[in-house]
Design a protein around this ligand. Structure first.
Ligand code: CA
Length: 225
């Protein structure tokens, strides 16, 4: 899951980014309004959610929200605001935001609101399955034949990506961009390391791996492999 955070106060930005990354999200940060708009427009296909500060140098979060909404009615948008009069909140929601968070906030509140919006967007599909394997986004748990399997954050994120693309090839370049957030240096060998970790934890011995290697291209998970 990839989030664009537009926030000019670096202490707040780092606090949010570090928290979200610990939760397994990948976060891009823009530090002013124009950069934020540019990144949002360029990355509309890639971002799962936008987190916009209201007061920004260059262009306000509300302006960004209004312009992004013209291009995408789908992408969830939350704005952060120190403003808390009812009128201003209504103004933000009318600009197309799905939700707002008042500063100062607790990190847990941001996380909860993000999860609610991502759940609404995906409908009820918060549990992904392939054969005996089940991944529950909300609980952040993975099960095999009903038994919980402990995964690291990166393993979880990689498995989630593969399961979201079940039946399709997950290309190496897309995996490295989405799960590792690496966009320029395309040494993708780390993917193989983590695929092996997942196989060790989740495959049945003596059976073909549930993750199919598509040589030179990527990986694919099917329902029955
Ligand atoms: Ca600000």
């Amino acid at each position: 899951m990839k989030i664009l955070l537009v926030e000019d106060e670096s202490s707040i930005a780092n606090f949010i980014r570090e928290g979200l990354e610990e939760e397994g999200f990948s976060v891009d940060l823009a530090e002013n309004g124009r950069q934020g708009l540019q990144m949002a427009m360029d990355g509309l296909e890639d971002y799962d959610l936008l987190l916009l500060d209201w007061m920004l140098p260059g262009m306000s979060g509300i302006e960004i929200c209004r312009l992004v909404r013209k291009e995408s009615t789908q992408i969830p948008i939350i704005f952060l605001t120190a403003k808390d009069t009812v009128d201003e909140v209504i103004f933000g929601l009318e600009a197309g935001a799905n939700d707002y968070i008042r500063k100062p906030f607790a990190f847990g509140e941001i996380l909860a609101r993000i999860r609610v919006l991502l759940r609404t967007r995906d409908g009820d599909e918060q549990v992904f399955r392939a054969g005996a394997i089940e991944l529950d986004i909300d609980k952040h748990q993975v099960f095999k034949n009903g038994e919980e399997v402990e995964l690291t954050q990166k393993e979880f994120a990689l498995l989630e990506y593969l399961l979201r693309n079940k039946g399709r090839v997950s290309r190496r370049t897309r995996i490295i961009e989405t799960v590792w957030d690496i966009h320029h240096d395309y040494d993708t060998s780390v993917i193989d390391v983590y695929i092996n970790f997942l196989r060790k934890k989740l495959d049945d011995p003596d059976q073909p791996s549930f993750i199919q290697t598509i040589r030179g291209v990527g990986y694919r998970v099917n329902d029955h492999t």
